[in-house]
Ligand binder design. Structure first.
Ligand code: TYD
Length: 210
């Protein structure tokens, strides 16, 4: 098993994950702790190309299982090319999304089934689960509100469809929280970015000490 610490960050769209990660990175850098910040889908040249296929708006005909396989393929490449080498060097790796995104989005929200999505992902990650996962808990209603406020636009039909989808994603994450209480830590995302980040960094520092 690799020597470093593999931490993943999860949450619904609009939960502020990227901003929090930016802040957490700043705090870790101030403390002189070396780390690698990366993201999914993407994070490496090949994985980014797969990301473009998945997120391309023209690919509306994409089958849900095809989507799940592409996420898993992108994850595999990112893991082998970026995450594992850094862990081998004993580094702290922070990944913006990982396995649990597929379980919540494809498994639960797209209704493929969490077990099915887990099994294809187990093949992709070859058993490399995160050491710790932070779930930034913000209700989908609040998340979408934040997205709309920042985008400053009107609610359209797609937004409404999305609302139902995001409710299911949130439901999926809640199931995962219950299923993996030792691995997934819930962070209240209604706190200020500073408080949230401090809480996360404290947990990371404790983990490093242990
Ligand atoms: P991105 O622009 O990176 O959004 P975010 O900042 O919220 O991570 O787009 C990633 C989208 O892909 C996001 O809506 C979540 C979704 N996703 C899945 O559906 N399954 C997955 O396995 C992953 C990693 C992401």
């Amino acid at each position: 098993m690799a020597k470093g610490l593999f931490l993943t960050f999860e949450g619904c769209d609009g939960c502020g994950k990227t901003t929090v990660l930016h802040h957490v990175s700043k705090l870790l850098a101030e403390k002189g702790i070396p780390f690698l910040l990366t993201r999914e889908p993407g994070g490496s040249h090949i994985a980014e190309q797969i990301r473009n296929i998945i997120l391309d708006r023209k690919n509306v005909a994409m089958d849900p299982r095809c989507e799940a396989l592409l996420y898993a393929a992108s994850r595999r490449q990112h893991l082998v090319e970026i995450v594992l080498p850094a862990l081998e060097k004993g580094m702290l790796v922070l990944s913006d999304r990982y396995l649990d995104s597929s379980l919540a989005y494809q498994g639960h929200a797209r209704e493929i089934g969490m077990e099915e999505v887990y099994s294809i992902n187990l093949f992709a990650i070859d058993g490399r689960l995160p050491d710790l996962t932070f779930f930034l808990d913000l209700s989908p209603e609040e998340g979408l509100l934040r997205i709309r406020q920042s985008a400053d636009r009107e609610i359209n039909r797609l937004d409404l469809e999305k609302e139902n989808f995001h409710k299911k994603v949130y439901e999926g994450y809640k199931i995962l929280l219950e299923k993996y209480p030792d691995r997934i830590i819930r962070i209240d995302a209604r706190q200020s970015i500073e408080e949230e980040s401090r809480q996360i960094v404290d947990i990371i520092l404790q983990r490093i000490k242990d």
